[in-house]
Ligand binder design. Structure first.
Ligand code: ACO
Length: 324
């Protein structure tokens, strides 16, 4: 059975742009080091009036406009985030209220940078079972709020933002690789790698929010291996070849991870959507933000075969193949 169909995309970024030069005034770093090691040139950073919920709501509204549907038609909101507005309730419920579509299903998913892939898969499953008919799947983060701004090894890497898609349940009778919809997804997690990338706080341990801690070079090595493996799995499941893929929309962690993964699989760099230079790593928001960017600038068109992929803390990782 063909999966649910993406009928609209949207994104939102905080007003304030922080360049590498701006960061160099705060920590011992340089534009040259950051660009050479990561490809990042700038990031958007949320101000006090911008939260995960406000960014998510703006991205959701843009996606609804793009799809040409009313918020009242949404009966499922799945929001991926590691930086919710509050410990509870779920940020998805705040978005639901802001959009004025109360009454349906709304909850958050926590899988950090892979969160959007997890959320998309959960929403697709609920739509396929008939639990809901039309979903908003959102990735939204204010990672700036959990960064240690004195730690140059992490604070230069992340940014804030949100991306969203409107997902429709598959139409009866849909079938085949050419029908628009999610064609296949694989998700994984490995809790043994907790200490390589985590936040050193939380309600049940320290009663503080905590800060991002990361062993960057080790994360890098795992990312390239895990992403190449999961991409191969999805390609094999779908019975396609690498050459059939029109666009890869990866999680935007680091330009070098994107290059190394594409090289490992023999994917042409021209087919990889890159936004890390402008947005940095926006965690769960990065995949839908990049997808929306490439749709709105005309690169990704209806009928294209698009591979989404991500890896993040946990570790968690996954990939999803979609006919647009
Ligand atoms: N500015 C200047 N120098 C720095 C900075 C900085 N911002 N950060 C670290 N350095 C220094 C280090 O202290 C070290 O100095 P030393 O040699 O005197 O000890 C030197 O630069 C090299 O540090 P490394 O950590 O070995 O640098 P590396 O080339 O591995 O790059 C990076 C670090 C960019 C973090 C890389 O390992 C990486 O991208 N890892 C992947 C992590 C990632 O992207 N995580 C995001 C979340 S997970 C995900 O999304 C997949």
């Amino acid at each position: 059975m063909t999966g649910s169909r993406i009928i609209g995309t949207g994104s939102a970024l905080p007003r304030q742009i922080v360049t590498n030069a701006d960061l160099a005034q705060r920590v011992d770093t340089s534009d040259e080091w950051i660009v050479a090691r990561t490809g990042i040139r700038q990031r958007h950073i949320a101000q006090a009036d911008e939260t995960t919920a406000t960014l998510a709501t703006a991205a959701a509204r843009a996606a609804l406009d793009d799809a040409g549907v009313e918020a009242s038609s949404i009966d499922l909101i799945v929001l991926a985030t590691a930086t919710p507005d509050n410990t509870f309730p779920a940020t998805a419920t705040k978005v639901q209220h802001a959009l004025g579509c109360n009454g349906g299903i709304a909850f958050d998913v926590a899988a950090v940078c892979s969160g959007f892939l997890y959320a998309l898969s959960v929403a697709d499953s609920l739509l396929k079972t008939g639990m809901a008919k039309r979903a908003l799947v959102i990735g939204a983060e204010t990672f700036s709020r959990i960064l240690d701004w004195d730690d140059r090894t992490t604070c230069v890497l992340f940014g804030d933002g949100a991306g969203a898609v409107v997902l429709d349940a598959p139409a009866a009778g849909d079938a085949g690789k050419d029908t628009p919809g999610i064609l296949g997804t694989r998700l994984h997690a490995d809790g043994a790698q907790h200490d390589l990338l985590y936040v050193d706080g939380g309600p049940s341990t320290t009663q503080t929010v905590g800060h991002v801690r990361m062993k960057g070079p080790e994360v890098f090595r795992h990312a390239v291996v895990n992403l190449a493996e999961v991409l191969r799995e999805v390609i094999e499941d779908a019975g396609i070849s690498v050459a059939d893929i029109d666009w890869v929309v990866p999680h935007q962690a680091n330009a070098r991870i994107l290059d190394a993964t594409a090289r490992k699989l023999g994917i042409s760099p021209d087919k990889v959507v890159v936004t890390v230079h402008a947005h940095a790593n926006t965690s769960a928001a990065s995949v839908p933000l990049a997808l929306d960017t490439a749709r709105k600038d005309g690169r990704i068109k209806a009928g294209d075969l698009v591979m989404l992929e991500a890896m993040g803390g946990g570790f968690t990782w996954g990939a999803s193949l979609i006919r647009m």
